[in-house]
Design a protein around this ligand. Structure first.
Ligand code: NAD
Length: 510
């Protein structure tokens, strides 16, 4: 570890060994019998620091304090709740460079992406501050005389937020800031592959909560034990469970929360396609495809995984992509000219290798890349493969930089292929034909939660509602009216007259 990185960690409150639980006030969990959870730098395979995961008792303490804090927090005026989020956003601005470096160190994103992720957290704080003054309900016209009908939004309760490794701070912010201004408290279970980013954010929140006298709004619960995570999922003191991760785990979470008739917000795997038609601007398309397929080493839920190209542009586009891929500098994500860092761990490297074995067995042709790099850390080559959409490997999300290219003849065929996967997160078309664009956006077009024209699949802005359909889970987070998921809606009818007209004109009693 360089002295610069040691200073970054110190400034963010990260020690050699860290407690993995905090109630968001002054309490941090202590050492327990569980084994130390190492945080590994995926660029080197070396340990950055260690974390004591939470015990079952720690979990109980965290939930108890979160429930208690909710009782007070729900009665704090929403704009004042926004002020707490504003102050956290301000501290994050001051720490952006260092936190961005920690994101790069712990999950291997290039520095620009690490900083970009922290900026997203800051933007989300700003968005939530504004939203805290706009938790609007509507009024309705009553069918009865001297009656007024309206609806209002109330806080929901403590919210559980389980996040994936690949957005180690942003996904928390999409949920936590909206939940907080909505009057909820938040218990965060981050990925055990990125515990230090979560601890750094919790340190910032703790300081602001303490200054403002509102403990227990944001809590941290780090565990690497699925059984303990499951305890959180089963806990009916948490009326909403927001889960971001893979389809297999998300399916289990949905079933468990469904069993207790709780609410879920599911943000699961994607299998995103770009369509390039005969009229597309290839300069724009190439840049968007390379960024979408290679960025974050193919470890974004919105990564471009499938490329559907009109047969008349196929040869030219593939040739240009191969040239662009050859320019991608792979290496230490903190070096300025590096465009692609490592995969998260050895399991991910094995997933990449297994996918290529399966592709070759199916008869796929590797057009670029395909190798695991022999150097410390978990590096692979960005890869382009000629494939068929119906192959089982193409139907699944392999969380690695593998792009499947497929030619098509008509726009109808392209849209059918684009939709013909179990997932439904992000999609894009590159076209200068207005008819193709409109067909793609129509009710018979893309079936995804995100559909773009002339920009790629990756990198959504926080102002829109983010999420996807089908196996992606149907949840929506961040912008638009996503805040409603964190509140309970109440319909109110007030009779200000002196009669009691019953519904449906029924005459009941004297
Ligand atoms: P993962 O499913 O392995 O883990 C996600 C989280 O679930 C982690 O915090 C993990 O510790 C936790 N978990 C594991 N077992 C659990 C259990 N039994 N009960 C409760 N929680 C449990 O996913 P990952 O490898 O961290 O992330 C990659 C996946 O996340 C990809 O599929 C990606 O597409 C998806 N993702 C989706 C979005 C989105 O917004 N749609 C965003 C980011 C990542």
């Amino acid at each position: 570890m360089s002295t610069i990185h040691t200073a970054v960690l110190r400034d963010l409150g990260i020690q050699a060994v860290n407690p993995g639980g905090s109630t968001g006030s002054t309490w941090w969990s202590g050492r327990n019998d569980g084994s130390l959870l190492p945080s590994i730098n995926p660029s080197t395979g070396e340990q950055i620091a260690g974390v004591y995961p939470c015990s079952a008792d720690d979990y109980q303490r965290i939930v108890k304090e979160s429930v208690e804090a909710f009782r007070t927090w729900r009665m704090v005026p929403a704009p004042k709740r926004g002020e707490l989020v504003r102050l956290i956003g301000q501290t994050l601005r001051e720490k952006k460079d260092r936190l961005g470096t920690l994101v790069s160190l712990e999950v291997g994103k290039i520095k620009a992406e690490g900083d970009g992720e922290v900026q997203e957290v800051i933007d989300m704080a700003d968005f939530a501050v504004g939203q805290s003054r706009m938790l609007y309900g509507v009024t309705m016209q009553s069918e009865r005389p001297a009656h007024r009908m309206s609806e209002q939004w109330h806080p929901l309760g403590p919210v559980g937020v389980i996040t994936a490794f690949n957005f180690p701070v942003a996904v928390w912010a999409w949920n936590a800031f909206l939940a907080a201004i909505a009057g909820d408290t938040v218990i965060w279970k981050p990925s055990p592959k990125a515990p230090l980013c979560a601890i750094a954010v919790q340190q910032i929140c703790n300081r602001v909560m303490q200054q403002q006298g509102y403990p227990g709004i944001f809590s941290l619960f780090i565990t690497d034990q699925p059984a303990l995570a499951d305890q959180m999922v089963q806990d009916d003191r948490l009326p909403l469970l927001s889960f971001t991760g893979s389809v297999p785990v998300g399916r289990r979470v949905a079933a468990t929360v469904g069993q207790r008739l709780g609410r879920t917000l599911l943000e699961l795997s994607g299998n995103n396609a770009v369509i390039v038609d005969q009229t597309a601007d290839l300069d724009m398309a190439v840049r968007a495809i390379v960024f979408g397929a290679v960025g974050t080493a193919g470890q974004r839920c919105t990564t471009t995984r499938r490329l559907l190209v009109h047969e008349s542009r196929y040869e030219e586009l593939v040739c240009r992509l191969v040239k662009a891929y050859a320019q991608v500098h792979i290496g230490n994500p903190l070096e300025p000219d590096v465009l692609m860092g490592p995969l998260i761990d050895q399991v991910a490297v094995e997933g990449f290798r297994a996918a290529l074995d399966e592709i070759k067995k199916e008869g796929g042709e590797v057009l670029y890349g395909g190798r695991v790099l022999s150097r410390p850390g978990y590096f692979v080559e960005p890869t382009i493969v000629r494939a068929k959409n119906e192959w089982p490997i193409v139907q699944r999300e392999t969380f690695a930089p593998i792009l499947y290219v497929m030619p098509f003849q008509t726009i109808d065929e392209a849209i059918t292929l684009q939709n013909h996967v179990p997932q439904g997160l992000s999609s894009a078309i590159f076209s200068n034909d207005i008819r193709h664009g409109e067909q793609f956006l129509s009710a018979a077009g893309s079936d995804c939660g995100i559909a773009n024209i002339n920009i790629g699949t990756s990198g959504a802005e926080i102002g829109g509602a983010f999420g996807g359909e089908k196996e992606t889970g149907g949840g929506r987070e961040a912008g638009s009216d996503s805040w409603k998921a964190y509140m309970r809606r109440q319909t109110n009818t007030v009779n200000w007259g002196r009669e009691l007209p019953l519904a449906q004109g029924i005459k009941f009693g004297s």
